[in-house]
Design a protein around this ligand. Structure first.
Ligand code: ADP
Ligand code: MG
Length: 202
């Protein structure tokens, strides 16, 4: 079970988060919804263990993967190497399979600059799933894609999640994305931000 028990989070004098408590069951997908600037990425960084400067406690498994807004690829490494960097023991065969699953068959040797933005995002997705994470966190992975491409990415993500069944925390400001992808939606509001009593209030 993944558990967030955050009491407060400050940036300097500014309190960004108040009490935020939630759990994610194995295999469950939870969407964290809220407007821009409310504190979604801050929670995601806390949940991922990137930000440890907060009051409270977080319980999460070791084997986790993060998909950020930007694909975060190394421009001087090809697609296959980018996928293998966090998974050095995976091997080329499994890595190629992972690329195939996201529609990048045969693009092993392409550098990020030779891939479209959509392909770069799919590579980042393949890299995240390649480690069979127990816990997957995604920070608005579909922003700034055109609607058709965002839709394709959503479908692909749905397929990968259905297959691998990680516990997933999916951060978004788009209600439609949250409803489509998540088993359960939780919503942030206020300043300092807390979880709304009813997700529908967001
Ligand atoms: P969201 O992801 O919901 O758009 P963030 O979690 O990025 O929001 O930010 C929440 C608030 O915290 C914003 O007011 C933002 O300006 C502030 N903030 C985020 N990161 C920092 C930082 N490193 N230093 C100071 N303030 C920050
Ligand atoms: Mg954010």
């Amino acid at each position: 079970m993944i558990r967030a028990d955050i009491t407060s989070k400050f940036f300097g004098e500014q309190q960004v988060l108040g009490q935020v408590q939630f759990t994610i069951a194995p295999g469950e997908t939870v969407a964290l919804l809220g407007p821009s600037g409310i504190g979604k990425s801050t929670i995601l960084r806390i949940m991922a263990g990137i930000d440890t400067r907060f009051e409270g406690r977080v319980t999460r498994p070791e084997n986790m993967a993060i998909v950020f807004q930007e694909p975060n690829l190394l421009p001087w490494r090809n697609a296959l190497d980018n996928l293998l960097i966090p998974h050095p023991t995976l091997g080329a065969v499994a890595a190629r399979e992972a690329l195939e699953k996201v529609g990048l068959a045969g693009r092993d040797e392409a550098f990020p600059g030779q891939l479209s933005l959509g392909q770069q995002r799919r590579l980042a997705l393949a890299r995240a799933f390649a480690g069979a994470p127990e816990f997957l966190v995604m920070d608005e992975p579909f922003v700034s894609l055109d609607p058709e491409m965002a839709d394709q990415m959503l479908s692909l993500t749905e397929t990968l999640i259905a297959e691998a069944r990680p516990a997933t925390l999916f951060v978004t400001h788009a209600r439609a994305e949250a409803d489509r992808l998540a088993d359960r939606v939780i919503a942030l509001s206020g300043r300092p931000a807390t979880l709304s009593q009813k997700a529908d209030a967001a």
